[in-house]
Design a protein around this ligand. Structure first.
Ligand SMILES: [Fe+2]
Length: 225
């Protein structure tokens, strides 16, 4: 039992609430199909959140969610897997955006400048993300991250690991879920085609906000809500 007043308990409930999907389940078609989104959000994402919430209660964890990620090795591995699943998908939903006109969403501003400075062109950056997804054997995520010195790099993490964890010690700008549950219904085993296509529906406004925050070196900002 937690020795905390009811309002703190309520705050925790809010802190670990799901992100509401910012668009309809079919809004990312034809790149991500409705059925995949429905299952991904309701079964996988809410499943991670439920298990994470149970673990937080069981182990009496009172830290903020990003603090938990940054100090993840002090917790059992199930906190890493389910807390990571909650954090990663909460980021992922917001990093996607419908593309009703069929013209690929493209980066701009600080974000585009960083891409050109460090990778040459947006096309080359995209190719490197696709390559990273090929090299991630098994389930995981592909990230574009900012390091504490302001430089960026492309990172592949296993399972539900994320850049906040001390092994990676960086700030996520863009994350792409490459678990089979994210693409198998539409793309079968063709992960490469899925990653290429998801670039049509990246929410570069969200990524731009994160590039600006990262540039101010605020690595502990609570970005979930
Ligand atoms: Fe997923």
């Amino acid at each position: 039992m937690r020795n905390t007043p009811p309002d703190i308990e309520n705050a925790d409930v809010i802190r670990f609430s799901p992100i509401k999907l910012p668009y309809r389940y079919n809004a990312l078609e034809p790149y991500i199909d409705e059925e995949t989104m429905l299952i991904h959000y309701n079964k996988h994402y809410l499943g991670y959140l439920k298990k994470f919430s149970d673990l937080v209660d069981r182990y009496d964890i009172n830290d903020q969610v990003i603090d938990i990620m940054q100090d993840i090795n002090k917790y059992p591995v199930e906190v890493r897997d389910n807390g990571g699943g909650y954090v990663n998908h909460s980021l992922f939903w917001k990093m996607l955006k419908p593309n009703p006109k069929g013209k690929m969403n493209r980066p701009k501003g600080v974000c585009l400048n960083k891409i050109i400075e460090e990778y040459g062109t947006f096309g080359e950056f995209k190719n490197l993300m696709v390559e990273a997804s090929k090299q991630r054997f098994g389930s995981g995520w592909i990230w574009w991250v900012m390091n504490k010195d302001g430089s960026t790099n492309i990172l592949a993490t296993p399972y539900q690991d994320n850049p906040y964890m001390p092994e990676y010690n960086s700030y996520p700008l863009l994350g792409i879920d490459v678990w089979e549950h994210a693409y198998y219904l539409k793309y079968d085993a063709d992960r490469t085609d899925y990653v290429k296509n998801i670039f049509n529906v990246i929410n570069w406004d969200e990524v731009e906000n994160r590039c600006v925050v990262g540039n101010r070196s605020i690595f502990d900002v609570n970005i979930i809500n």
